[in-house]
Design a protein around this ligand. Structure first.
Ligand code: FAD
Length: 356
């Protein structure tokens, strides 16, 4: 199996936070030796000044360059052949796809398109971005600036479905705001981010080195399975951002990139590539549709306004929020568990996804 691996200038714009429970699901991939911030202390705050301290047990924050390199090494150890070139063109041929790179064309029966939000796979299928969120922010480095790099901060500013973050990670921090264009302008988002960082970082943060960026986050929606089915008709299995599978509420995409890659590989190995669409549907549709509804309730409804103060006062609700943020609580069953916690029923039940 060929793995196209062009040189990548710089770091992928990303917070790098991954729920730990997903990592053992990728066979042959052991991220435990990688530098990471593990289970950081977290501070949550809302627009009304309520604050809540939490231990985010079960989250790991990596630099993407470390994480991505380790993933590639695992793929090579499993037998993939590296092609250190960029795929430049995809052509339909009878019963296959020709991938053209540096003047050479190679024909494959099927290919996995895991080349990101604006990659060649989507472009070659004529797929336009739909419903994307945006991450605007930066990777700050410079540990001498007196910042508290160990604490993770999440803020909910009551600006449509936006949230702000500071994620500590080895050698610095990722900072940013996630929002949906059309619900918030870039100018509003940038101003909210500056205010947030002024509040939490020491005054010199604007001069800290590190790249700044604005980058799409393709979230799951009705367009996802449409695109995946169209791609399958052209013998391409879209995975990760190329398929638009990030969580619409948290905008977390690494977990779904890993899992869709695994499901694509399993469908190919089983000799049933077309079954990939059904696999995505059965694994993701119900939960991520619920995430889309939860996004509106959380950011623009009463739940979001009260989540922080209620969690402060109520240990059961605090546990639910903690499990949601560490991805141990799926959206399916969330409402029932919240109601149960509110009336003092079982508050310790969590769900750690562990299946294939
Ligand atoms: C600001 C920001 C913060 C985020 N924070 C988080 C977070 O904390 N946690 C989280 O889970 N998610 C986060 N996300 C989402 C997450 O980054 C993505 O969902 C995830 O990186 C998707 O992985 P991917 O492998 O599909 O795509 P990418 O990470 O974009 O990787 C695509 C790969 O394809 C390669 N490629 C592209 N074109 C070609 C070509 N023509 N030929 C060969 N190779 C090619 C690229 O070199 C790259 O290696 C964030 C996103 C943003 C924008």
């Amino acid at each position: 199996m060929d793995l196209y691996l062009p040189a990548r200038p710089g770091e992928k714009p990303c917070g790098g936070a991954v729920p730990e429970h997903v990592l053992p699901r990728i066979e042959g991939f052991d991220p435990s030796p990688l530098p990471a911030v593990i289970s950081p202390e977290a501070l949550l705050e809302n627009a009304r000044g309520h604050r809540l301290a939490l231990d985010l047990d079960g989250v790991r924050i990596f630099r993407r360059r470390d994480f991505d390199r380790a993933l590639v090494e695992a793929a090579l150890a499993a037998g993939a052949t590296p092609r250190r070139v960029k795929a430049e063109r995809l052509e339909r041929v009878e019963r296959g796809v020709r991938v053209v790179a540096e003047g050479e064309g190679r024909v494959y029966d099927w290919i996995v398109g895991a080349d990101g939000a604006r990659g060649l796979s989507r472009r070659s299928l004529g797929l336009r971005p739909r419903g994307d969120s945006v991450g605007l922010g930066g990777s700050l480095s410079g540990v001498d600036s007196g910042l508290d790099w160990r604490r993770l901060v999440l803020a909910f500013p009551e600006m449509a479905d936006a949230y702000l973050w500071i994620f500590p990670r080895p050698g610095g921090a990722s900072v940013g705001i996630a929002y949906t264009p059309g619900r918030l302008t870039d100018i509003q988002a940038r101003a909210a981010l500056d205010r947030f960082l002024d509040d939490h970082l020491s005054p010199g943060w604007r001069d800290l080195p590190g790249p700044r960026y604005r980058y799409p986050i393709p979230v799951f929606g009705p367009w996802t399975l449409e695109a995946v089915r169209l791609a399958l008709s052209r013998r391409i299995l879209l995975a990760g951002d190329a398929a638009a599978v990030a969580d619409p509420l948290t905008r977390e995409g690494i977990r779904y990139g890993l899992l869709t890659g695994r499901w694509a590989a399993e469908s190919l190995l089983a000799g049933r590539p077309a079954a990939y669409a059904e696999r995505l549907e059965s694994e993701l549709l119900e939960d991520l549709e619920k995430a889309g509804h939860a996004r509106d309730l959380f950011f623009e409804g009463a739940i979001g306004r009260w989540a922080v103060p209620l969690s402060r006062a109520h240990p059961g609700i605090r546990r639910v929020l903690n499990d949601l943020l560490t991805c141990r609580q799926p959206y399916t069953g969330l409402r029932r568990r919240l109601l149960g916690a509110a009336v003092g029923l079982s508050t310790s039940r969590t769900h750690t996804p562990s299946g294939p």
